[in-house]
Design a protein around this ligand. Structure first.
Ligand SMILES: Nc1ncnc2c1ncn2[C@@H]1O[C@H](COP(=O)(O)OP(=O)(O)OP(=O)(O)O)[C@@H](O)[C@H]1O
Ligand SMILES: [Mg+2]
Length: 232
């Protein structure tokens, strides 16, 4: 579904992603893990068109997207839920969700119903100002907004960040639920052990380079990965 082949991304002169290649197949959860500053968010931003690679190719559903603007990429069915949620704090829940449908304005009402069915909490609180939602609710809103464009592939950047353990579990359940409903997932996580539990495959990034990759089960068994990323 998604193929990233040989990309190199720079911030001015700083070379942040080096010859990276990753793949996501239809129906998978693939996780991208690695230390702070390894380049995980940069990778997602490059796929969604917010940053450009100097080399290589990015293909989504058999079409090159590496020269497309972000809104076109979103319209093709690729959603990006950024790190830190980035919701509009002064707007209501419903208004935030509607912003997520900007690439498909005619389908907003139908998409809203689908998102409310998945997140009843957001429906209850649809008139509430987003800034007053709890952290977990804000994350649900960010994910709900991403779903408004009816993505085939959803990229989630640290959805569990800052949440209490119970909420982290809820968010991971929501992610597997989405996968079961046919949304393919590319998941960036600090919580590597939980990410490996729900993912089919994983890539481990070390300073902009894919250091390990493989089925999640294999990576969680590896001593090297356990020492470096799973707390021994
Ligand atoms: N706008 C920017 N200008 C310059 N350097 C940047 C910029 N954004 C990120 N970087 C640098 O690029 C590297 C990769 O950053 P990135 O945000 O992709 O890491 P990350 O793996 O997502 O980290 P974290 O787990 O902390 O979110 C870091 O060294 C970071 O300082
Ligand atoms: Mg990041």
């Amino acid at each position: 579904m998604l193929e990233v082949k040989g990309i190199n991304v720079y911030y001015d002169a700083i070379h942040v992603i080096r010859d990276m290649s990753i793949e996501v197949q239809n129906g998978e959860i693939v996780t991208l893990i690695g230390a702070n500053g390894a380049g995980k968010s940069t990778t997602l931003k490059t796929v969604s068109g917010l940053l450009r690679s100097r080399t290589g190719e990015i293909t989504f559903m058999n079409e090159r997207i590496d020269n497309m603007p972000p809104h076109k990429i979103q319209r093709k069915g690729l959603a990006h839920v950024p790190e830190g949620r980035r919701i509009f704090m002064q707007m209501t829940v419903k208004e935030n969700l509607e912003m997520g449908a900007y690439s498909r304005p005619g389908e907003a009402d139908e998409a809203l119903d689908t998102v409310y069915a998945r997140f009843p909490r957001l429906k209850e609180r649809r008139k509430q100002i987003a800034g007053t939602l709890s952290g977990g609710e804000q994350q649900m809103l960010a994910m709900g907004r991403g779903l408004m464009s009816r993505p085939k592939l959803m990229m989630l950047d640290e959805p569990s960040m800052g949440l209490a353990p119970v909420l982290v579990e809820q968010i991971f359940e929501i992610i597997t639920g989405l996968r079961d409903e046919g949304v393919t997932i590319l998941l960036v996580e600090q919580n590597a052990s939980m990410a490996l539990q729900i993912a089919n495959r994983a890539y481990v990034l070390e300073t902009g380079v894919v250091a390990f990759s493989g089925p999640s089960g294999e990576l969680s068994q590896s001593d090297e990965i356990r020492k470096a990323y799973l707390g021994g």
